[in-house]
Design a protein around this ligand. Structure first.
Ligand code: GUN
Ligand code: ZN
Length: 433
């Protein structure tokens, strides 16, 4: 398969805070040549079109903006029916809504239906890769892997491990969590584009024996990722202190069991001490900012600037956290991040926001050679964005002066309606009606 997408192309090579204007490449009349699902060339349309054989499919996306497909590094597949559940902070929200709904995912048919919905909804929103928590049941992880595989999406999926402080029907045991994860790794890790993440839900719902097993899984499979939650909510932190009285802080629990490292994704990280920042920094673990969730569950305001504290610089990612998060759209997520940061006097430029949703998140997953860049040889996952998607956006767009203003409009007013099309491995998997 060979195909050319023509349009205005923007890609990031680095964090704008580190590289300034050189962080971004913009081609006003650009083209991406895609061969066998990978980027074969990206540059000026005139140059790329000149050298093409006549039988190649040319897709003219002008005047839309083309960029790498969005990456969502933290969401929960069994929470597609939990999103928009009213009026509870974290622990109550888990007990009242989440732990109830997740039990329905013991039914493989229900899990499969929700997994299909999730993948289609992500693609409709321009998200081509996600890191996914499933329910505790292996069939729930199986469902997400199968749905992702059917769409050729690069997905990172974990069977949630939880053996206490949850309804009995929603728990495993240390041994079962280990065995079931092991079987899923054998069946799915590195099959096609699929990857496995060892997924102890959080310290509250895993015994020390289970955290030990999670650490063993990571030692035995060092190329798997690890995902869990950290420092989301004060009540959660107090409970962790009671459950692990020997630990100096919450992050030390994960550290003790070998769960921190460069492949470790820690959701939320809002209420961190300096000691915890140092543990994450030293281990090169990733803090995942989930703005719509933090606002919706009232968890608190993430400190983005602090991640650049020279004493303990942190690797960062930004995610939806469906269904504590309220939107499948990474555009909306970036816009809410901007607002949450404004509440604590911090700024997020559109340039940096889109870097984070693409190459930044790819780097956080250690997948920057595959996704998030549209570099030559990379996987051709592309989102096509329409900055005039709604009457109000089109009206505002009349006065746009440059690309930065256009990107800021997209993240402030854009959502699924601004996604004109999505391509996965060069194949169109979504086209707006
Ligand atoms: N902490 C443990 N489980 C969850 C979850 O499902 N969502 C959120 N937002 N936080 C959690
Ligand atoms: Zn979460």
């Amino acid at each position: 398969m060979t195909r050319v997408l023509r349009g205005r192309i923007v890609v990031w090579r680095d964090d704008p805070l580190d590289a300034g204007a050189a962080a971004r490449r913009y081609v006003e009349d650009g083209a991406i040549l895609i061969r066998d699902g990978r980027v074969a060339a990206l540059g000026e349309a005139a140059a790329i079109l000149r050298d093409l054989p006549p039988d190649i499919e040319l897709v003219d996306c002008r005047p839309h903006l083309l960029m790498p497909g969005f990456i969502d590094p933290h969401l929960h597949a069994p929470q597609t029916h939990v999103i928009a559940s009213y009026g509870a902070e974290l622990i109550e929200w888990l007990q009242k809504y989440t732990f109830v709904e997740e039990q329905r995912h013991a039914d493989a048919a229900h899990a499969a239906r929700c997994a299909d919905f999730l993948c289609d909804e992500l693609l409709r929103n321009g998200t081509t890769t996600a890191c996914v928590y499933t329910a505790v049941y292996p069939c729930s992880a199986e469902a997400v892997f199968a749905a992702a595989q059917a769409r050729d999406m690069r997905m990172i999926v974990g069977k949630t491990m939880m053996d206490r402080n949850a309804p009995a029907a929603l728990t495993d045991t240390p041994q079962r969590g280990y065995d079931e994860s092991k079987a899923l790794i054998a069946r799915w890790h590195k099959r096609g584009r699929q990857l496995f993440a060892v997924t102890p839900r959080f310290a509250i719902t895993s015994s020390e024996a289970q955290l030990e097993c999670a650490g063993a899984l990571l030692r035995e499979h060092p190329d798997c990722l690890m995902q869990t939650h950290l420092d989301e909510n004060p009540r959660e932190i107090d409970w962790v202190r009671e459950l692990f009285p020997w630990s100096e802080d919450y992050a030390q629990v994960y550290e003790r069991f070998g769960l921190l490292g460069s492949g470790s994704l820690l959701g939320h990280c809002i209420h961190m001490t300096d000691g915890e920042r140092k543990r994450l920094s030293d281990s090169r673990s990733v803090a995942v900012f989930c703005p719509t969730s933090n606002l919706f569950i009232g968890s608190g305001l993430f400190d983005l600037d602090r991640a650049r504290d020279p004493r303990f610089p942190l690797r960062l990612a930004i995610a939806t956290d469906i269904g504590g998060g309220t939107s499948y759209s990474m555009l909306t997520t970036l816009g809410e991040a901007y607002k949450a940061l404004m509440l604590r006097g911090q700024r997020l430029t559109a340039d940096r926001a889109f870097y984070m949703a693409t190459l930044g998140n790819a780097r956080a997953l250690g997948l920057e050679a595959q996704i998030g860049s549209l570099a030559i040889g990379a996987e051709a996952d592309v989102v096509v964005l329409d900055s005039r998607a709604t009457p109000a956006m089109a009206h505002r767009a009349e006065t746009l002066r440059d690309l930065d203003e256009e990107l800021f409009l997209l993240m402030t007013m854009g959502d699924d309606r601004a996604v004109a099309a999505t391509y996965v491995m060069g194949e169109r998997v979504h086209a707006r009606a």
